[in-house]
Design a protein around this ligand. Structure first.
Ligand SMILES: [Zn+2]
Ligand SMILES: [Zn+2]
Length: 314
C-alpha cells in the first residue's frame, strides 16, 4: 500500500523573478530514505519492465514487449507480426505520430506514451491508480460498478529539472532544449465500457473472463493510458482491488503533505490528493529507478510511408 507521501522538497519559488537569484532549495535526506524504502527497488522495476506485456494494435493479443515489433515510424504501436502491422496500417496511419510533424506540442507525444507504458512495472504507482478507481467507480458503495466502466489515465510530461527549467525561463535564457522530462498524470477518468476503445473492450472481455474463471471474486478494474491528445498507449491492465484496499479506503484515509513553502499539512486522500501523490512519487525518484524520466525520442527515420517494422528496441 502506498504510504503517505512527501511533496518534493525541491520544488521552489523565485524570490525576485526579475533578477538572477538562487532558488530556495530544501533537501530532505530522511524523506529520500523513506521514499526508497517504500517504493519498488531498481532491480524489481527492471525485471518488471522486462516482463511487461503490450497489446498488439492489430489483433489485440498480449505479448511480452520484447517479443513484439514497433511501428518504424512512431515507435508506439506494437505488433505481434508483420501481418498484423500490415492489416492495421490503414487505420493506424491516421494516428501514427511523427514527432517532428507535431511542432512544439507534438515533440514529446511519444515520450509520454513510452513512459506511460512503464507504469505497469511499478506496483506502488498502480496501487495509486487503484485507490483512485475505488473512489471514482464508487466501489465502496457497489463493487459491481467495476464491470460497467474502465479507467482511463491521461498522462503528460514535464521537465524533470523544474528548477533549472524555471531558472532558464525567468532569467530570460528561454526554455532549455532537449531537457529530460518525466511522466505526469493529468487526470484519471472512468469511461463507460461501451465508449472505451475497441482494443480496451476486447481486453476487458478476455481478462475479466479469465479472472473469474480462475476464481477471482474481487472487483476487477481495467486501466489504460492515453496522452493529452487522447492517443492510446500500448499497455492495458486488469487489476483486482483486494479487500484490504477497499477496507483502507473505507477508513477515509489522509495523506501528509510536506512542503518547503507551506510546512506540513494533512489532507483527505481524495482523488486530487491521489493524483498528486502519484506525481510526487515520480518527481521524488531523482535517480530514475522507476525509468519514468527520459529525453525526447530521436527524430524518426525518413521515408515514413514505408513504415517498415523495426525490432522493438529495449
Ligand atoms: Zn497481432
Ligand atoms: Zn506508427
Amino acid at each position: 500500500m502506498a504510504a503517505a507521501n512527501v511533496e518534493d522538497q525541491r520544488l521552489t519559488a523565485p524570490e525576485e523573478p526579475r533578477r538572477r537569484v538562487p532558488f530556495l532549495t530544501v533537501v530532505d535526506p530522511a524523506g529520500d530514505a523513506a521514499f526508497d524504502a517504500s517504493t519498488p527497488s531498481r532491480k524489481e522495476i527492471k525485471q518488471n519492465i522486462k516482463h511487461l506485456e503490450y497489446v498488439c494494435s492489430g489483433c489485440g493479443e498480449e505479448k511480452r514487449a520484447d517479443q513484439m515489433k514497433a511501428c518504424g515510424r512512431c515507435k508506439i504501436a506494437r505488433y505481434c507480426s508483420t501481418q498484423c502491422q500490415k492489416s492495421d496500417w490503414k487505420r493506424h496511419k491516421l494516428d501514427c505520430v511523427v514527432p517532428s510533424e507535431g511542432g512544439d506540442v507534438g515533440q514529446y507525444r511519444d515520450v509520454t506514451l513510452k513512459l506511460a507504458a512503464r507504469v505497469g512495472a511499478n506496483e506502488a504507482l498502480m496501487d495509486n491508480i487503484l485507490l483512485h478507481s475505488v473512489l471514482q467507480l464508487g466501489l465502496l458503495r457497489d463493487s459491481s460498478l467495476a464491470e460497467k466502466y474502465v479507467i482511463r489515465v491521461t498522462c503528460g510530461n514535464s521537465p524533470a529539472d523544474l528548477q533549472g527549467y524555471m531558472n532558464g525561463l525567468i532569467n530570460g535564457d528561454g526554455p532549455p532544449e532537449d531537457v529530460q522530462v518525466l511522466l505526469t498524470c493529468q487526470a484519471i477518468d472512468r469511461i463507460p465500457l461501451e465508449e472505451a476503445p475497441p482494443l480496451v473492450r476486447r481486453f476487458e472481455m478476455e481478462k475479466r473472463a479469465r479472472y473469474i474463471q480462475s476464481g477471482g471474486r474481487d472487483p476487477f478494474v481495467i486501466i489504460y493510458f492515453v496522452n493529452e491528445e487522447g492517443d492510446m498507449g500500448v499497455s492495458i491492465h486488469g487489476r483486482p482491488v483486494c479487500e484490504a484496499m477497499l477496507a483502507y479506503m473505507s477508513t477515509k484515509p489522509t495523506m501528509e503533505i510536506r512542503s518547503a513553502m507551506f510546512g506540513t499539512s494533512v489532507v483527505p486522500l481524495d482523488e486530487k490528493a491521489i493524483i498528486q501523490q502519484f506525481n510526487n512519487m515520480i518527481r521524488m525518484d531523482k535517480s530514475n529507478k522507476f525509468k519514468l524520466r527520459s529525453y525526447p525520442m530521436p527524430k524518426p527515420t525518413q521515408d515514413p510511408v514505408n513504415a517498415s517494422i523495426e525490432e522493438a528496441s529495449s
